[in-house]
Ligand binder design. Structure first.
Ligand code: MRU
Length: 363
């Protein structure tokens, strides 16, 4: 997708065929800088420190991280250590385990000496498949947007939470892909962007993306959505997901559940858009079984942004001595989700719906 009219992806291989470039998302929207990941430890740090973030991109970075580990040492034990270290970086997104499992299985099946080439080929395949999946999610989701737009016969207002755009994937995004596709098809729409405290992925990343693509949008404080819905100012909510259970429970950035509750109370359709790699077929009850990442309290007590002089600075919000708690995700039960959009199409958020879309994978 575009920044200042130039096409970008979030992650790409260096010309040396070994190292990996990523956009440093901790500096956006104020500075566009890239980082070069030279080994598995650097890939792990990039995920843990949220230089890269978003479930699909975490998965792809994990895959390249394992390829970097194999490039350094292709023995089974070294691969096992790198796998465990990368997996431990962020516990909630399904895509990381999915990508690492796939990488490890393919790599250890190859003879030593060939593993490096096999690992890079597989990581690149995972990245390309993510792009293709997100483009299809965009097509399926755009159909929903077009239907609602045709029914309403006026500019559509769509609310999204966190950043589930191209910066959270390799390209296109999940929740934002349908928006990009609908806009390119001529649908007149406007996006309400939840700021998404504490790390403000909405205010900093989603707004940045929408600006780059020329999509009309307005950033709102997190607590505004319910009020807007009560006044008929939201026609549709679309969010991404970090892990979705086989029963259709949707885990996503903290605060998503409250938006789904408000949407239900106001009769606003609430969709989750996600690639197959986000579905955890092993679990059913998301509230009980999805591990919720606990991040540093400092992300709540402090906030960073651009100072008048241009420097990126961090300031403290809370009094010295007040403790803070930072649950990074919550779970929206399937009953509050109107539908799930994947690269295969749209289904109800239910075991039956997912089984119908995935007869080959569902348990
Ligand atoms: O903590 P983050 O920024 O990695 O969380 C991102 C989200 O919650 C996204 O909504 C989710 O990963 C879907 S991304 C396509």
């Amino acid at each position: 997708m575009r920044i200042d009219g130039r096409d970008y992806r979030t992650i790409w291989l260096d010309d040396d065929g070994r190292r990996v470039h990523v956009i440093d998302q901790t500096l956006l929207p104020h500075r566009l800088e890239t980082r070069l990941l030279s080994n598995a430890a650097e890939a792990g740090r990039a995920i843990a420190d949220m230089i890269v973030r978003g479930a699909p991109l975490i998965g792809v970075t994990g895959a390249y991280g394992l390829a970097l580990a194999v490039a350094d040492n292709d023995a089974d034990t070294a691969i096992g250590v790198a796998y465990a270290e990368l997996l431990a970086t962020r516990p909630t997104a399904s895509n990381l385990r999915w990508a690492l499992d796939r990488m490890r299985a393919v790599v250890v099946a190859a003879p030593r000496g060939e593993r490096r080439a096999v690992a890079y080929a597989e990581a690149s395949r995972i990245a390309e498949e993510d792009v293709a999946a997100c483009a299809l999610i965009g097509d399926h989701g755009a159909t929903i947007i077009k239907e609602i737009a045709a029914r309403k016969g006026r500019r559509l207002n769509i609310l999204t939470h966190c950043n589930a755009g191209w910066l959270a994937t390799v390209d296109w995004g999940t929740a934002l892909a349908p928006i990009y596709k609908a806009v390119r098809a001529g649908v007149d729409l406007h996006v309400w962007v939840d700021e998404t405290r504490p790390r403000n992925q909405g205010a900093s990343l989603t707004a940045f993306e929408l600006l780059g693509e020329g999509v009309p949008h307005t950033v709102i404080a997190d607590n505004t959505g319910g009020h807007l819905m009560q006044h008929g100012l939201v026609d549709l909510c679309i969010v991404g997901s970090d892990r979705t259970t086989r029963a259709g429970d949707v885990c996503n950035k903290i605060g998503t559940y409250l938006k789904a509750l408000a949407a239900r109370d106001n009769g606003v359709p609430f969709y989750a858009a996600l690639p197959t790699s986000t579905i955890d077929w092993r679990i059913s009850d998301g509230v009980k079984d999805i591990p919720i990442e606990q991040r540093s309290a400092r992300e709540v007590t402090h906030i960073s942004g651009r100072a008048a002089g241009g420097a990126i600075v961090e300031v403290q919000l809370t009094p010295d001595g007040s403790p803070a708690r930072n649950d990074a995700f919550d779970v929206t039960p399937a009953r509050l989700v109107t539908g799930i959009v994947t690269e295969r199409g749209v289904c109800t958020a239910s075991a039956e719906g997912l089984r119908a879309l995935y007869p080959d994978l569902a348990l």
